[in-house]
Ligand binder design. Structure first.
Ligand SMILES: [Fe+2]
Length: 226
């Protein structure tokens, strides 16, 4: 199960996230991954709000992993102490945070990249170290990272978020507000045609509570033996 961009803060009622988490946990997922943007950071009140939400974390019976997003780095994506605090809150809730590192759980290898716009984006070493013979999954908040020269012939899935699917999409056209350089990176499954498959989650939270033709989502993937 993938959960992305919950954006807890003052811009919408985060009871909606708690309700969504309770529904999601009922699916009894084996693995849960979170792909960043836990808050819409304004000030320290977001820490208490996030704690209230993380009293009801969705967790996997075999493992629960996460990466940070740009909003988790506070104002101008440049406050390390905000990121540290959010990472600690996640860890305390049983959600392991991966920052340019990998960890294996029950035969699946989770590679988590720190956020591209944040302070600690440093993916080269872990991508050099990854073992192609393993069943790997990369967690990476910002899908633009797919276009950087860091992948060391990685093949497999990359799960990301960040775009919220644009939140508002005119039929047949691209969403007008898309915070990525590569405008193909809107939402859903994208075959990168080099052995990598990108999945962009439309997010369960929002920045502002406006969505049109882009429904919020929590995603369930079914794993198959190769
Ligand atoms: Fe976001």
């Amino acid at each position: 199960m993938q959960i992305s961009d919950i954006h807890v803060g003052n811009r919408f009622d985060y009871q909606y996230i708690i309700n969504s988490f309770k529904k999601a946990q009922k699916f009894d997922p084996d693995f849960v991954v979170y792909t960043g943007d836990y808050v819409s950071y304004e000030d320290e009140t977001q820490f208490d709000q996030l704690d209230a939400v993380l009293k009801h974390p969705v967790t996997g019976s075999l493992g629960t992993f996460s990466v940070l997003g740009n909003h988790d780095y506070g104002k101008s994506w440049s406050e390390q102490k905000v990121a540290d605090r959010i990472a600690k809150q996640l860890e305390d809730a049983g959600v392991k945070v991966l920052s340019n590192e990998q960890t294996e759980a029950e035969g699946l290898n989770f590679i988590g990249l720190d956020d591209y716009w944040g302070l600690n984006f440093d993916p080269e070493v872990v991508m050099k170290q990854h073992d192609k013979s393993k069943a790997n999954i990369v967690l990476c908040h910002n899908p633009d990272v797919c276009d950087l020269d860091i992948w060391n012939n990685y093949t497999g899935w990359i799960l990301s978020g960040h775009t919220h699917g644009g939140q508002c999409k005119p039929p047949f056209l691209n969403p007008p507000l898309l915070p990525v350089k590569n405008k193909k990176y809107t939402q859903g499954t994208i075959d990168l045609e080099d052995g990598r498959t990108l999945y962009i989650n439309r997010a369960v939270g929002h920045l502002w509570q406006v969505r049109f033709n882009v429904r919020p989502e929590i995603t369930i993937f079914e794993l198959q033996k190769a």
